[in-house]
Design a protein. Structure first.
Length: 148
């Protein structure tokens, strides 16, 4: 039962990750098209920072979804403790100071797998954006440099 629920939650929260990544990539693409970013190192850095904040919000939303699942299973009565436990699992810290019952403890490693996938996805999005901004800036510099 825990495995089925866990896999369902993983698929659900990865939709949140897809939305955060998609919105972030679309915002960068539109900013490049409007030339708001791309040429300036500072604006590129700010755009990257905003992307990271957006992805972090997506991660926190995923932690909150897992916490709600822990509440729904009756493992916790308090959202803040469920959120804390969820964050420990999601980030693979594994403190072990809060332990779930034998019936639901498989949700912990499943959430860790979910977090690992989401962090990997975020890393790929950030690297893709940084490379895209660097390439755009280099092309702009080549176009502006006087030809001899």
């Amino acid at each position: 039962m825990a495995i089925g629920i866990g896999v369902g939650v993983i698929l659900s929260v990865l939709v949140i990750q897809a939305l955060a990544a998609g919105v972030g990539l679309e915002a960068i693409s539109r900013s490049l098209a409007r030339r708001w970013v791309g040429v300036s190192v500072w604006w590129n850095g700010l755009a990257t920072l905003m992307l990271i904040v957006l992805l972090l919000v997506g991660h926190m939303a995923q932690v909150a979804v897992w916490a709600r699942v822990f509440l729904a299973t009756g493992e916790f009565e308090d959202f803040s403790l469920a959120f804390y436990h969820s964050a420990v699992n999601y980030t693979t810290l594994g403190y072990g100071d809060v332990v779930m019952s034998a019936r639901w403890r498989l949700l912990g490693p499943l959430e860790a797998a979910s977090g690992t996938l989401a962090f990997g996805w975020s890393t790929a999005v950030i690297v893709t954006v940084v490379l895209r901004l660097v390439r755009y800036r280099r092309r702009a510099q080549v176009r502006r440099s006087p030809r001899v």
